[in-house]
Ligand binder design. Structure first.
Ligand SMILES: O=C(O)CCC(=O)C(=O)O
Ligand SMILES: [Fe+2]
Length: 320
């Protein structure tokens, strides 16, 4: 087996580079997505100070008491805003819920776009001053990075460079702060209880800021689990199911999981902060004509992003 290709790509060289730099970036991005399914991004414009502040704030959420957190858990929001307690999200097809709790932040529309009325407000976390400002800043920076990455992906797919722009403007993206809590009594858990069961992300692409500890693994094309060792300052990016549908499997969504820690670290927490880049709910995910031919017959029924999200939230237990 050859070593899977997880290149480190300089996003700055894409944003500010020459035509040649941009072409090279999109070629390498496409190659990595076809191979390991992951790329590492540097020069993403999030300073170490901002990342450290983000993690301090996210950790603060999970130090709140159960009663404090419960104020922010609203079943009608299907986990899409505020707090979601342990036992609520189960990877598609798995029997046992993931060993995690999380907090989700959604889009803030400020330009008068009527899509504002489609989105629930973010929960305002009153116990942690500055939380909403820091998380909003990170949200905006990751969203902007994601838009550049989608431009590179459009080029790789032979689409106009701005293909995704209108679909992701004020899109339904989510910043998720996750706490994988200490596992106090591993013997008492069902055998299949893991921090995050093997899954593919629902959205177009995911940008994941390097987690506080190891545990993330990706399923390679040769069906082996490969640990992803991301530095706290890096961002790793993977393809989600919406992009897989749109491209009729030309870009495959990346199967990944978070394994439980080794015995000596069982009683420690792990924190991570993925950003799930979603389009607007009216984006048509019908597979592109350019990705369908005799050798690649159409694999998916036609759906909008909103319909698909709804289906998936029900499958993972967040929507009833
Ligand atoms: O915690 C991680 O490293 C990955 C989280 C993840 O895959 C998810 O929430 O979809
Ligand atoms: Fe994921």
């Amino acid at each position: 087996m050859s070593t899977p290709y997880i290149p480190t790509l300089d996003l700055g060289s894409y944003i500010d580079g020459t035509e040649h730099d941009r072409k090279k970036f999109s070629d390498e991005l496409g190659r990595a997505f076809n191979d390991s399914g992951f790329v590492t991004i540097t020069n993403h414009g999030l300073s170490q100070e901002l990342i450290d502040k983000l993690y301090q704030n996210i950790q603060g959420v999970f130090r709140l008491t159960a009663d404090q957190k419960a104020k922010y858990e609203k079943p009608e929001l299907a986990g899409q805003r505020g707090y979601t307690s342990p036992g609520k999200e189960t990877a598609k097809g798995a029997k046992t819920a993931d060993l995690k709790e999380f907090w989700q932040i959604g889009q803030t529309v400020v330009d008068g776009d009527a899509i504002k009325y489609e989105y629930p407000d973010n929960e305002y976390l009153e116990e942690i001053p500055g939380f909403n400002e820091v998380t909003n800043e990170v949200y905006q920076k990751l969203e902007s990075n994601g838009k550049h990455l989608l431009r590179a992906i459009a080029t790789y797919l032979g689409l106009p460079i701005d293909y995704f722009d209108q679909h992701v403007h004020n899109g339904n993206s989510i910043l998720r702060g996750i706490h994988y809590f200490p596992i106090e009594n591993p013997e008492a858990l069902p055998d299949d209880a893991v921090r995050a069961g093997a899954h593919e992300d629902i959205n177009l692409i995911t940008l994941l800021i390097g987690a506080s500890a190891d545990g993330l693994e990706v399923l390679t094309r040769s069906n082996e689990w490969l640990p992803i060792k991301a530095h706290h300052s890096d961002i790793v990016v993977n393809v989600g199911d919406m992009l897989q549908r749109l491209t009729n499997n030309k870009l495959r969504s990346t199967t990944h999981r978070v394994v439980n820690p080794p015995r000596e670290l069982m009683k420690t927490s792990r924190f991570s902060v993925p950003f799930f880049l979603h389009p607007r709910s009216d984006m048509d995910l019908t597979s592109l004509d350019s990705c369908v031919d005799e050798a690649h017959p159409k694999q998916y029924t036609d759906m909008t992003a909103g319909e698909y999200l709804d289906e998936r939230l029900r499958e993972i237990g967040l929507k009833k």
